[in-house]
Design a protein around this ligand. Structure first.
Ligand SMILES: Cc1cc2nc3c(=O)[nH]c(=O)nc-3n(C[C@H](O)[C@H](O)[C@H](O)COP(=O)(O)O)c2cc1C
Length: 331
């Protein structure tokens, strides 16, 4: 059975990529993931602030204060000075140690001078670069157009500096989703990763304070990726990778069926260990055998919006539509 797939022009042995996380922040961790069956890894994100800090440091301590004012102390507080060079070393050493593709990741929010730095990532040997962009739309003075423009500006800025494939990893807080993602797909990227999962607020009822939800996903969260990958597959000009809620071999089969090229996983490995990759692949093989599929291309995209006769469930959001469509009404 052939599980190989192509993602952003990279031919990988199977559709499981370990997503950007602490799992991929050391060479030993990456080697262990490769030995356990991961087809590729996305490195833990380097933050735009870290790169900006490095640039400012190189041009004198004062520049940091001038550029960031009050933020300077905060940046100093959490950025260890050698972070940026360590990141480049991580790419170089990972490339020397493993044969699977190593995808670097930058968490960014603006297109500034820092985008030059992408060249160093390419020179260090990264096979591709994932841009992890999230601009929290929490400022009531900033329009959605202005926020969306920034995504295009960042991609355009980075694209002028690197030739390696670029992926964009985003959240799902956009109003004109299909239009926005389709436009992004022809803006110089080769992959869209749907979706990143962000830390969400919670409230502690005992202490009456604000806390954060758990960092690990629940399997029900797969629904967002299923819907949007299914709607966009074959209609965007780049590959699609699923992220969030792919917890087992059968959910992997589902994201491939709706049209993903691969899945990026994190929670499943945090919870079950790297050996779980083989369990997922075995379950995928068993399911494929039950349908007499011999390769991923035999079924990838079969259940996408574009390829099915009645895609109502992709667009259905409210119960009334569902019940009326089936000739039944809610009691
Ligand atoms: C501990 C932890 C650290 C993460 N760090 C990053 C990161 O640096 N950059 C990023 O793009 N995503 C990061 N993620 C998000 C994951 O890559 C992934 O998108 C998310 O966990 C959803 O996938 P899952 O359901 O398989 O966990 C992190 C996730 C976890 C659990």
């Amino acid at each position: 059975m052939d599980l190989s797939v192509t993602y952003m022009g990279l031919k990988i042995a199977n559709p499981i990529i370990v997503g950007s996380s602490g799992l991929t922040s050391t060479v030993d961790g990456i080697k262990h993931l490769e030995e356990s069956g991961a087809a590729a890894v996305v490195l833990k994100s380097l933050f735009e602030e870290e790169i900006l800090f490095e640039i400012s440091r190189a041009s004198g301590e004062g520049a940091v204060v001038n550029n960031y004012g009050e933020a300077a102390e905060y940046i100093r507080y959490y950025v260890r000075e050698e972070n940026v060079s360590n990141y480049l070393k991580l790419i170089e050493n990972a490339k020397k140690t493993v044969a699977i593709p190593v995808i670097a990741s930058i968490n960014c929010v603006s297109a500034g001078e820092w985008v030059n730095f992408a060249k160093s990532i390419e020179s260090a040997g990264a096979d591709a670069l994932e841009l992890n962009i999230f601009i929290m739309p929490s400022d009531p003075r900033i329009t959605s157009e202005a926020i969306e423009r920034r995504y295009f500006d960042i991609i355009a800025g980075i694209r002028t500096h690197v030739k390696i494939p670029l992926a964009l990893k985003i959240g799902y807080h956009f109003s004109g989703m299909a239009y926005f993602l389709t436009s992004l797909s022809s803006s110089g990227i080769q992959g869209l990763v749907l979706f990143n999962r962000f830390v969400s607020p919670d409230v502690d009822l005992k202490t009456l304070s604000l806390t954060a939800m758990p960092v690990y996903s629940a399997s029900i969260e797969l629904a967002h990726s299923l819907r949007w990958i299914g709607i966009l597959a074959g209609r965007v000009k780049c590959d699609l990778a699923a992220s969030t809620g792919v917890h087992d071999g059968l959910s992997l089969a589902k994201v491939l069926l709706v049209g993903a090229s691969c899945a990026q996983i994190a929670t499943a490995i945090y919870k079950n260990g790297a050996k779980y990759i083989e369990v997922m692949l075995d379950d995928l093989r068993t399911w494929m055998a039950s349908h007499s599929f011999r390769s991923i291309s035999d079924f990838r995209g079969k259940v996408s919006f574009k390829n099915i006769e009645d895609p109502i469930h992709y667009e259905q959001a409210q119960f009334m539509k569902y019940f009326s469509h089936h000739g039944k009404w809610m009691a």
